[in-house]
Design a protein. Structure first.
Ligand code: GUN
Length: 280
């Protein structure tokens, strides 16, 4: 029987702390502000953005909502990002991904002022992570690190395996685990003997985007299993991990929903408050 890592509760606790920090900033005349740019009508993106805006309201962060049709040009998107960069009421800017395919995601992310990049995806901030310099950090992998810390999962000297090599999760996750002195392996679609490598992991982090792919064959008894997947299927939202098959083997595991997702959103709030604090 695994311990269930309760991301929902940890995120709620984190929001209480953040609300306190927001009150302190407001007493000094600073209202933290987050601009959210949402292009097109992807239902999942709309749902994420709604939740992010609710979170902001709960903790007292002002949110500025910029919804644009899928037909927006790169120039128009650039101009919108520029106006948010220049707006003193905006401390954090988030461009919801994915963007429609005619838009250049890399150009959009790089155009956000690095100080306002609360997603931690600007090349400068990803570079700072590589260099070990303090800077805004990608919300999902940072949220995972906070969960591991809260549940006292020892990382030093342990084998961590990350499945997935995206810039938004896999790569920054590997760097953060490395920073905590884990021995890190990053696996991906071309990895040979994925189950065998995963079975070496003391900490297994699945960020693949394939529903219930990780079953008992991938898990060493006693491993800590973190499920980053959010897959919408006919049976509802499921993770990358087959929870029913893996939970009896693992020592600790995150559920989906109620695991990594809420922590990602909490880290966005934390990055926004940190950006507002730095702006003074
Ligand atoms: N789309 C899915 N996850 C994310 C995220 O963490 N940040 C942004 N900007 N878009 C996303």
């Amino acid at each position: 029987m695994a311990m269930i890592i309760d991301g929902k509760q940890l995120a709620a606790d984190t929001r209480v702390q953040i609300a306190e920090q927001v009150r302190a900033l407001k007493s000094r005349g600073i209202v933290p502000g987050l601009a959210v740019i949402l292009v097109g009508d992807d239902p999942a993106s709309h749902s994420y953005v709604r939740m992010k805006e609710q979170d902001c309201e709960e903790v007292g962060i002002a949110s500025f909502d910029h919804r644009r049709s899928a037909g927006i040009t790169q120039d128009e998107l650039n101009a919108l990002i520029d106006s948010c960069n220049e707006d003193h009421a905006v401390h954090g800017i988030l461009v919801q991904l994915p963007l429609p395919s005619h838009l250049d995601e890399e150009a959009a992310l790089a155009r956000i002022s690095a100080e306002k990049d609360v997603d931690g995806l600007h090349p400068m901030n990803l570079g700072s992570l590589v260099r070990g310099i303090e800077a805004p950090r990608a919300c999902t992998p940072w949220g995972v690190m906070k969960m591991l810390e809260r549940y006292s999962v020892e990382l030093e000297g342990k084998r961590a395996v990350v499945i997935g090599r995206s810039s938004i999760v896999g790569k920054p996750q590997a760097l953060m685990l490395l920073e905590s002195n884990a021995t890190v392996t990053v696996c991906h679609s071309r990895t040979v003997d994925l189950p065998g490598i995963c079975r070496e992991a003391d900490i297994l982090i699945a960020a693949v985007g394939r529903p219930k792919m990780i079953d008992a064959d991938y898990v060493k008894p006693g491993a800590v299993v973190i499920d980053v997947g959010i897959n919408r299927t006919a049976e509802g939202m499921v993770g990358d991990v087959d929870f029913a098959a893996v939970e009896p083997l693992a020592s600790a595991i995150t559920p989906v929903p109620g695991g990594v997702g809420p922590m990602t959103r909490a880290m966005l709030l934390a990055n926004t408050v940190a950006a507002a604090s730095r702006s003074t």
